[in-house]
Design a protein around this ligand. Structure first.
Ligand code: NI
Length: 181
């Protein structure tokens, strides 16, 4: 089922989401619905608060561009991107590595705004899967960026919080039009 995507100004986007302790039917259904919603919206990622749920789960799919990373390892082994996408994960933990790089980002909850965000170029992510197994994922490029963007959502942080003050000035009016401040 395609869910309604919450938009900038909705307080649910500012909540620190709670961990998922029990992967029950509702969580499984939510995961399916989030993938369907992300695909329908042509997004590369979607976090639970973006569909109004205050839990630590997100989905990511960057397989439209297998060259968007220079390496991808799962549990220490090189893997094909298509074998792990779409990626569904709960209670993620990230270790950030590498120099910070600036790239353009957008968000399904913030219409019509793109801005450059500086983020560390590599991540080591500990991602719990719905079956309880834990995936240690290491990568860079768009996947590293998408993981950081989605984990930010689980902590109530939006990409516009991370842009430079100068860039913020230029989008301030647009943001105000979208709702808050
Ligand atoms: Ni987003």
């Amino acid at each position: 089922m395609i869910l309604k995507i919450t938009q900038y100004g909705n307080p649910v986007l500012r909540v620190k989401c709670r961990a998922i302790e029990d992967v029950n039917e509702d969580v499984m259904q939510l995961a399916d619905d989030m993938i369907e919603t992300m695909v329908d919206a042509n997004g590369v990622g979607l976090a639970a608060p973006q569909v109004g749920k205050e839990v630590r789960m997100a989905v990511v799919d960057v397989s439209h561009d297998p060259d968007c990373v220079s390496f991808l390892r799962v549990n220490g082994e090189d893997v094909d991107m298509k074998d792990i996408m779409p990626l569904v994960f709960i209670n993620p933990q990230l270790e950030l590595e590498g120099a910070r790089e600036s790239e353009s980002e957008g968000c399904l909850s913030i219409h019509d705004i793109q801005a450059n965000v500086r983020r560390p170029s590599m991540v080591k992510a500990t991602l719990t899967q719905l079956d309880g197994s834990v995936m240690e994922l290491e990568s860079d490029g768009l996947l590293a960026r998408a993981l950081q963007h989605e984990v930010d959502h689980l902590n109530g942080i939006l990409f516009v919080d991370r842009i430079s003050p100068a860039a913020k000035v230029s989008i301030k009016r647009k943001l105000r039009r979208l709702g808050v401040k």
